[in-house]
Design a protein around this ligand. Sequence first.
Ligand code: GCU
Length: 719
Amino acid sequence: MRKIIDLNDNWLFGKKLEGAAEAVTLPHTWNSLDGQDGGNDYYRGTCWYRRELSTEETAGERLFLEINGAAHTCEVFLNGEKLCCHEGGYSAFRVELTGKLKEKNMLEVSVSNEDSDRVYPQKADFTFYGGLYRDVKLISVPDKHFELLKDGTTGIKATPVVDLEKKTATVTVETWHNGESVDITVNGETKTVERTAEFVIENVHLWDGLDDPYLYTATARLDSGDEVSTRFGCRAFACDPEKGFFLNGRSYPLRGVSRHQDLKGKGNALSYEDHAADMAIIRELGANTLRLAHYQHAQEFYDLCDENGIVVWAEIPYITMHMPNGRENTLSQMRELITQCYNHPCIAVWGLSNEITAASAVNEDLLENHRLLNELCHRMDPTRLTTMADVFMLEIESPILEIPDINSYNLYFGWYLGELEQTDEFFDEYHAKYPDRVIGFSEYGADANPAFHSSCPEKGDYTEEYQALYHEHMLKMIEARPYLWATHVWNLFDFAADGRDEGGKHGENQKGLVTFDRALRKDAFYLYKAAWNKTEPFVHLCGKRYINRCEDRTEIKVYSNQPEVKLYVDGMLIGTQSGKTVFRFELPLLGEHLIRAEAEGCGDSMVIRHVSEPDESYIFNKAAASVTNWFDADEINPECFSINDTLGEIRSHPQAGAIVNQMMAKGASERGDVADAVKDNPALQRMMGRMTMLSLLKQGGADEESIRQLNRILQGIKK
Ligand code: GCU
């Protein structure tokens, strides 16, 4: 019989093998704190874990070590002998210990998250935590056993093909083992074969998304007693360029969010309970799809997606910057992703790359890397489509878009630059030009710090109100374009990007609908809950944290999935509205008021008050916030350049252009990757050229003095 034991306890950790003396329990990361506090200075290097193996633990005919996550490169030593090296921080791998065991056995594991020119990811907007951050196990099996080594295989693969007309599923179960024959059981039927068996399930119970994610189990057993099993789901996915995504023959627009696998204070060393808690939030939101960015996630999380009926975009971390020496690593990470995740019914597509042209030209090497990945996916898995997430400045005519089966774009108009409406224009232009191509919306979002508020929210102010307005626009845009096969908010949760230092937080990307610690759902979370959650009646009063309002009349916005909302002020009914998702009321603000919203069987309350002066604590960039009324018209000499001119106009003048280029290069180096992406991309440069210097400076969080300083310099240069 197979015996699997957890090997998470009793490890010693250190930056050097001889110094490995800190007692740790796995999952573990050494960047749980320095990877989330800003400064882009978290420890990236090689660290060591060591642990004695007891005789009980090493009993068994054949013994294998299983490591489920070692970021990014890992070497395993037993009693000083190197057994293997694994390059890829997000997949499982195993190594056989049999024949190497002695009386006493010391396991030593080195893990490295340092720079590399061939292991992805190397350049991206998230912290590359180092460590043995998922479970480590020992697996003992009889001499005749199912394959454990090749690409971390489960040894069993189930391929259900559904015939919706006949309501049947033909399930092919393949096994890999060193025995003579194998008994395979599906749905109560057992067949004895050499490797592969085919079963037909009549009147099949479909895996039907959120409504009914039914799971079957396939079990395989050898005469030796070794046994493996896998769950599988019978479903049919399809994508139509005009009508979008279909599940089991019905239109099923994929509307959801993205998720990174980290948590405030824990890094990426998550427990099953952490994963399950995230899934509960996803179910509350009502999302029917998840983009599990930007790498292979834990098996426990794909299992949760199977069990909850969430359709998943799975991907490898081929991201931001193409590395000529990295081709083999992209292929090995994709082989492991598909080998290890193939049986999950939740997975609909394999993502080849993310914004890979953000900091790399579309050259033949990059194109060939994508062709090879695309072919590998189709060879390993003819049942699923390939896709990729394209960066918003990638020209829609680029040849790279013809490689995957379907595409999606990451667009940030109305946040990083440009206006919200440019998102609508982009998709309308793309769909008109390529009506036969399937297109999706793989990322969109705006940062919000729940401490910041405004009655006049604007791009770049990091307020909850702007983030809500941004998503109200995007929700409408999406609902008007059913051809979008999938849309994924970036991101469901704030997450660690140690290179960031903005919006009043260090080391965090705050585009989340929920804070990094999961403690607070921002207003925008409830917008999507109102649009997508069909089971839990609720009303949500926006602006609970916007208590002190310096205005005589104020807007009260309510998100609800109910058709009618009543608003009470100090116990008095002041309005009833019928509508959908967003309900807006306006009322005089005379003092302190108890506000209550009610709908069928649900309600929400808050207290807000009139104040005579703006509450400064609500303003992130105080300088930029006031800059709009700094310069009265007569203060600026129109014959000279100023911060009111567009970047394009300023750059048209050699001297003025040189000054702003130098200033932006300095800003880019402080901001990290996204800024590099800006520098290397003509399309984005064109878009920025249409923005005023002032809006760019505010977007970049420039302080008052540097804005005044630049204006003084520009005013010295005649147009
Ligand atoms: C990109 C990228 C994300 C990043 C996001 C952002 O689209 O794919 O990884 O976090 O932009 O800038 O927030």
